[in-house]
Design a protein around this ligand. Structure first.
Ligand code: TMP
Length: 210
């Protein structure tokens, strides 16, 4: 069964921990692919370095185009082949990150970001998106405390990260069938249990047993 599941949320929302655990759970019954954006393949990881390295300053449009280019090559080389092989793809960030970060927080607008991304992804929208919702201030503190990889966007003011969350909130209202919100301000066990429940419901709705 091929399913394309993406995980979204602000900095420090715990996506990578949850993806790892969800993957272990799903592997009991399914073949999976775990990957991330920007990155996942060599060319996209190089674009990630350009985008997230403090050395390079760039305007919002350039940033949005680089994220979209990285998304395109990663989709074509890694995600589509996995879906064609019947895998469940678990991807850390996808189009909603561009909509929330570049569209909303940078102020470029959902419409223009959606348009360039449509060119990048064709019809490959996620089937299900788990949005790990968290107060951005808590997320930034978690990131600092856990010494997680620092990136150029972490240098933005708290206001920027608050707009990112506002953007995600708007997206979850706009696409309630696809984007399911999980309260990430709980302990890991509770976040994981809520996430697995949503994924199980989704798989059952497709007529599959988990
Ligand atoms: P990560 O820390 O979750 O790996 O994400 C890398 C950073 O890139 C994070 O600050 C969010 C940002 N980002 C965007 O601004 N737009 C995008 O489209 C993607 C995929 C990530």
């Amino acid at each position: 069964m091929s399913v394309f599941i993406t995980f979204e949320g602000p900095e420090g929302s715990g996506k990578s921990t949850i993806i790892k655990e969800v993957n272990e759970y799903l592997l009991n019954n399914y073949e999976t692919l775990v990957t991330r954006e920007p990155g996942g393949i060599s060319l996209s990881e190089s674009i990630r370095d350009l985008l997230l390295n403090d050395e390079h300053d760039m305007d919002g449009q350039t940033e949005a185009l680089l994220f979209a280019a990285s998304r395109r090559v990663h989709l074509v080389e890694k995600i589509i082949p996995a879906l064609k092989n019947g895998k469940i793809v678990l991807c850390d960030r996808f189009i909603d990150s561009s909509l929330a970060y570049q569209g909303f927080a940078r102020g470029l607008g959902f419409e223009s970001i959606f348009t360039i991304n449509q060119f990048a992804i064709d019809t490959y929208m996620p089937d299900l998106t788990i949005y790990l919702k968290l107060d951005p201030k808590i997320g930034l503190l978690r990131k600092k405390d856990n010494d997680i990889e620092h990136n150029r966007l972490d240098n933005e003011e708290v206001d920027f990260h608050e707009r990112v969350v506002m953007g995600y909130n708007k997206l979850s209202e706009k696409y309630p069938n696809r984007i399911k919100t999980v309260n990430a301000n709980q302990n890991v066990e509770a976040v994981l249990s809520d996430t697995i429940h949503i994924i199980e419901q989704f798989i059952k709705s497709r007529g599959e047993r988990i």
